[in-house]
Design a protein around this ligand. Sequence first.
Ligand code: UD1
Ligand code: UDP
Length: 435
Amino acid sequence: MKIAIIIGTRPEIIKMAPVLDEIEKRGIDYILIHTGQHYDHEMSDQFFLDLELKTPDFNIGVGSGSHGEQTALMMKGIENVLMSEKPDLVMVQGDTNAVMAGAIVGGKLHIPVGHVEAGLRSYDKTMPEEINRVVADACSKIYFVPTEESAINLIFEGITPHDIFITGNTVVDACIRNLKIAKKQSNIASNLDPEKELLTLTMHRPENVDNTQRLQNIVDALLEFKNLDIIFPVHPRTVKNLKNFSLYQKLKEKSHIKLIKPIGYLDFLLLLSNSKLVMTDSGGIQEEAITLNVPCITLRYNTERPETVKAGGNILVGADKEKIINSVNEILSNHNLYNRMQNALNPYGNGKASERIIDAILNAHDKNELNIKMPENIKGNVVHSLIKINTDINVSEYENRENAIVKIVYEGDLARFPYPQLNLKNKFIILDKFQ
Ligand code: UD1
Ligand code: UDP
């Protein structure tokens, strides 16, 4: 089989790297397509070096632009490559414009699309990423979700559980694999102030950095933390806006804040693992923080990673100056709270996500389930019914008996993923049956 992998930005390169390693390990044929959305050395090439990835076979070179312009150029470029390369599967990761573009193009060419990190939802349509997630999931064929919660999000949008694989997040694979290398190779620790506690900061979300008032609030809060050593690798979008809003100089002249260029992955992992606390609006860093046992303060009003908040490792503070200041002070002064946040259980798995993803793909391919075929039989309506099960029977046995699909299982009022071996006795289920 031949797989086309699409990447375009820093987090996609990082989180797809373990999948690429696994594909290479198993000798599967693949092509790597870079959309070129991130193009600065420190936003793209640096990660190919750090993660020892092959140079992409195709670079569409879309560069920066409006959403419409960027997505349209990506779709055109991806379509050309897929039409000439004819892969058996297209893989996308996360929630960037590349993911939506790849999923729409693959879907319309009847090439199955595998979405890594599917099912995340912030339920906030002002985020471009939320639109990308929903559209990509509507067009995909096989879903690799990090948690049961994300699987259930998909089921409630009508995706069949049989196409969903709960794998954990490949970010954990990447963290575990690369922290060891980072400890040997990175010398970022030599630049840290040993006298002060380290706070790593990143932000790049449009809701924060494109909005003068919110950016001003966050900057004002940062100015207060004179007792901390704040290392701030600044995303290019953020540099541009800090300068436009005349805030860059304000931060630069403070000795407790170090503004630096975005750093490589090995340096970032080491920086994060040495941090007392991380403050961020990044999706990936919320996951890495809980993986590396670093309490996280998230500069957002919602998150598509609610598992980190539920586990106790992450606190949402929005862009509210007082909330930011109070939360940092509270976490650093209350040892019980700090310990609870530091020891929060990682919901994103044990570093085997990429292995599980490739196992699921090969299994589906062997069973001929990855094809998108024209219908051969006339199908009736689908009936969704709610049923209480009284007998000792598991999901798989019940589906075979009824020739139907168990969509969701309720344990009391809790929605559960219909794992094949889950016993249904005394549970309510929603059943889909074609008539
Ligand atoms: C993109 C993704 C976002 C992801 C982030 C990871 C979308 C809609 N957004 O946001 O989901 O979290 O990447 O970092 O896909 N720029 C440079 N050099 C570069 C890249 C960008 O200078 O190599 C500047 C340009 O001025 C550009 C701005 O950064 O206009 C924003 O870049 P863009 O790729 O549009 O979005 P990100 O904010 O990076
Ligand atoms: N990262 C990095 N260098 C930096 C900042 C972040 O290597 O200077 C890594 C970080 O470890 C994480 C990823 O970039 O894996 C997160 O990317 P970003 O915050 O840009 O995007 P998001 O995850 O929000 O989509």
